[in-house]
Design a protein around this ligand. Structure first.
Ligand SMILES: C[S@@+](CC[C@H](N)C(=O)[O-])C[C@H]1O[C@@H](n2cnc3c(N)ncnc32)[C@H](O)[C@@H]1O
Length: 311
């Protein structure tokens, strides 16, 4: 394992940079590091494609390959199917992805829907060389890249003029976004009046897998029953996964925004959206008496997919 290790995480990029400066975590080796590290994790349920698929994959693909196809195919298909269920097509449209990560999903959306333009925005630069290499390795590179580009956005701002986009989507990013309302307002601002926004969030913090630490601690809701510091310590002491990945995920756990279903609803309203389609994702979960103080909605709803339009 290379010596480079965790850097700024997606949620509190600036705060994290300060921590790096203070020597609390090692510095980032190169742009795109977070995306490459995230991609290397592959092969688990943590693709956000999950929602309904909350059991580890049984695929025989390598973890990298599983990660690629979970995003290129399954996530892209779910985005297009959800828009399609509302009679909306991305073909020839101008589209943005907020929190695009490694961009694999964007490549899938590009090839499947042929938007005129697709811009992936992320706090961290998307490593296009890595994306191109992974596409080549998975034999999807001949399908063309025209119209796809990536831009770095700020924690509360998206660098695009008002009314630029016909459609915006965001996948598995909103539990990481430090300031959800400003970002939702930005999405509202960059959409044109006849546009639509697809939001997927999985997993909600208070749901069974909400800590994002199931690779170390598989018990449902473990993070609601123990102190954060105790969990972090246990995971950091584990040699179950490579140290860079372990440190990054502990940092991520500590900086999840903990938004609930109700808070997301209020945030969408505050940002000026009307929700037109709502899909709550849930699967059976075991409850212990200690969890009695939490709402059933928060404990039991693991994720959400919705389509909203500017009010
Ligand atoms: C869990 S990753 C998901 C990436 C990608 N959508 C996927 O499913 O593979 C969350 C992403 O959100 C990005 N992010 C967090 N806050 C953001 C913000 N305010 N604006 C844009 N991206 C943000 C992070 O940098 C990270 O790449």
């Amino acid at each position: 394992m290379a010596s480079f290790v965790v850097a700024r995480l997606q949620v509190r990029a600036l705060a994290f940079a300060a921590e790096v400066g203070a020597g609390k975590v090692p510095a980032m080796a190169s742009p795109g590091f977070v995306q490459r590290l995230r991609a290397r994790r592959g092969g688990s349920q943590d693709t956000g494609v999950a929602g309904e698929r909350e059991a580890p994959s049984t695929s025989t693909r390598s973890p990298d390959s599983q990660w690629f196809w979970d995003h290129y195919d399954m996530a892209a298909d779910q985005i297009l199917e959800t828009f399609g269920a509302e009679g909306l097509s991305l073909t020839d449209k101008v589209v943005a992805d907020i929190g695009c990560g490694d961009g694999i999903m964007d490549l899938g959306v590009l090839h499947k829907a042929r938007p005129r333009e697709l811009v992936g925005f992320d706090l961290n630069p998307t490593d296009t060389e890595y994306l191109a290499r992974r596409a080549r390795e998975e034999s999807v590179s001949d399908s063309g890249w025209d119209g796809l580009r990536f831009e770095v956005s700020g924690p509360g701002g998206v660098p695009a003029p008002d009314g630029t986009f016909d459609f915006v989507f965001s996948w598995s990013a909103f539990e990481h976004i430090e300031q959800p309302i400003p970002v939702l307002r930005e999405i509202h601002r960059i959409l044109n009046p006849n546009s639509a926004f697809f939001l997927q969030l999985w997993p909600f913090y208070f749901s069974a897998k909400g800590s994002h630490l199931w690779e170390w601690l598989p018990e449902d809701h473990h993070h609601l029953q123990r102190a954060e510091s105790e969990i972090a310590e246990q995971v950091l002491a584990s040699d179950r996964k490579p140290p860079d990945w372990t440190q990054m995920m502990v940092h991520e756990f500590k900086h999840l925004n903990r938004i609930t279903v109700d808070e997301l609803q209020r945030s969408m309203l505050a940002a000026g959206f009307v929700v037109r389609r709502l899909e709550l994702l849930a699967s059976p979960t075991r409850l212990t008496p200690e969890l009695g103080r939490y709402s059933w909605l928060d404990l039991g709803v693991s994720g959400i997919k919705l389509i909203a339009t500017p009010a």
